[in-house]
Design a protein around this ligand. Structure first.
Ligand SMILES: *Cc1c(COP(=O)(O)O)cnc(C)c1O
Length: 350
């Protein structure tokens, strides 16, 4: 395993980061005439904490990860982008990702002019460990895994992900956006043992704060230092931090449990329908279903004002729809409309 420093781009390794006025003086009281702010208080006239210390402490208690091993970004998308900017020399280095998976890995690679090598999952969406390792060369800096995976919904076995973390000579990013819905634990439990591991989570899904744009990355202190140096100084605004601080006090467990039981109920209801060809097992808050004709069913649902995600043009997902688990009432409506489509279709066949 290469040491982390040798994986970091030279310009980032020697970067002198921007130092904010609030970095230099951290006291609470005083006359603050250091940052060219408007001095009249309105709740938002001061620059926010560039390190998000209070919010990090709260997340630290929930996730059981020290503050120094944590980064908060403007959504996971910022954390993904930072991985490319910190580790990949544009036009030289490459990254590896599973396919199908979350679309932002490729978009972010393209924006940063980094070659993305997508490795097809096996037909049953299991992890092709050998092929992922074979895709790497000396310029491979990042490998993106997503578990539970979007859009397939399955989690990958711990030992297979650990084989990739140990076997890959670069940084392995494991995106756990849906971990709160999964039956297996987070890789956060082994974060300290793997220097080349970055675990990403988000407040957008189970925690119900998609609009606040708060993504999380967890890694060694060394990696997190580079994240802190490269990010925009005030990447998280005060209003968002305060809202998250309050919303994190509520118990999301009951909502997650409700979503999981609804996931089972929806899968069960769809199971008997003749136009549903396959329901993939899900560890997430959505289910991927293979239907006989995804475009037709997608359009019919739109007519009924039900919007699902048509994944039929995604590699390995021909005729697949990705359906987010909604409220019980929303799920009822979906089941009702799908069964109507099912009945009208069987009449046509008759
Ligand atoms: C939804 C999702 C995210 C969340 O992204 P945010 O920018 O934090 O909202 C991250 N990864 C995957 C795989 C997702 O599906």
């Amino acid at each position: 395993m290469k040491d982390i420093d040798s994986l970091v781009r030279p310009n980032i390794a020697k970067l002198t980061p921007y130092s904010t006025a609030r970095d230099e003086y951290k006291g609470e009281i005083g006359v603050f005439i250091d940052a060219n702010e408007n001095p009249f208080q309105n709740g938002y006239n001061r620059y926010p904490d560039p390190r998000q210390t209070e919010l990090k402490k709260q997340i630290s208690a929930i996730k059981n990860v020290p503050v120094e091993n944590m980064f908060i970004g403007n959504g996971s998308d910022e954390a993904i982008d930072l991985c490319f900017r910190i580790f990949c020399n544009p036009g030289v280095d490459n990254a590896i990702a599973i396919a199908p998976s979350y679309g932002m890995y490729r978009v972010s690679a393209d924006i940063n002019d980094v070659e993305m090598r997508e490795v097809r999952l096996n037909d049953d969406f299991s992890l092709p460990v050998e092929r992922l390792l074979e895709a790497a060369d000396e310029h491979s800096k990042l490998m993106f895994l997503c578990s539970p995976n979007n859009p397939s919904g399955n989690s990958f076995p711990f030992d297979e992900m650990l084989a990739l973390i140990d076997g890959f000579n670069g940084i392995v990013v494991v995106d756990e956006a849906y971990i709160d819905f999964a039956s297996q634990p987070s890789l956060l439990t082994v974060l300290g043992e793997h220097k080349n591991l970055i675990v990403m989570q988000t407040l957008s899904k189970a925690y119900g704060m998609a609009a606040l744009r708060l993504g999380l990355a967890f890694a060694s202190k060394e990696i997190m230092l580079h994240f802190a140096n490269v990010k925009y100084p005030y990447n998280i605004n005060l209003a968002g931090m305060q809202q998250a601080y309050d919303l994190l006090k509520r118990d999301v467990k009951s909502e997650v449990e409700m979503i999981k039981s609804e996931r089972a109920r929806v899968a069960e209801a769809l199971n008997g329908m003749s136009n549903i060809k396959k329901i993939y097992p899900s560890d997430a808050n959505f289910i991927l279903v293979k239907v006989d004709d995804a475009d037709t069913i997608y359009d019919r649902l739109i007519e009924q004002k039900i919007i699902v995600r048509n994944r039929t043009r995604v590699v390995g997902c021909k005729d697949c729809l990705r359906i987010t688990i909604g409220t019980p009432e929303e799920n009822d409506k979906l089941i009702e409309e799908l069964s109507k489509i099912d009945n009208s279709k069987s009449r046509i066949i008759e």
